[in-house]
Design a protein. Structure first.
Length: 123
């Protein structure tokens, strides 16, 4: 899976929030200053070329939809992050996260419960 630029990710987030959607609706969702229509069209083409979105032609307009869920995309990004910075060790990542985010005892307990629930669900 190819990486998306920050600008491409922003467009993908907008598509996730309102799919299926059209260029005009994506542009309307941008805060000011909005990009030019041509810039947005270029971003949509690049995201489509990377297979993260699909579109159907409806008259003179294209209707865009994601071809990957937000969850699957996040899983991919997180796996790359853990692989690149934590020697592919989720435990090293969790330790770093707990320390650097300065989690309270209650938050640490909540994370433990979530992990235990996830482990039980997978069994």
């Amino acid at each position: 899976m190819k990486a998306l630029s920050k600008a491409e990710e922003k467009v993908l987030h907008i598509i996730w929030s309102q799919e299926p959607t059209y260029l005009k609706d994506i542009l309307a969702a941008y805060p000011d200053p909005k990009p030019a229509k041509t810039t947005l069209a270029t971003l949509l083409k690049r995201i489509s070329d990377k297979d993260f979105i699909t579109y159907s032609q409806e008259g003179n307009s294209r209707c865009y939809s994601s071809s990957i869920s937000k969850t699957k995309y996040l899983q991919h990004k997180l796996k790359n992050l853990i692989g690149s910075f934590f020697d592919s060790s989720p435990a090293q990542f969790a330790s770093f996260f707990a320390e650097e985010m300065e989690l309270s005892d209650e938050e640490v307990e909540e994370v433990k419960q979530l992990l235990n629930a996830s482990k039980t669900k997978d069994s």
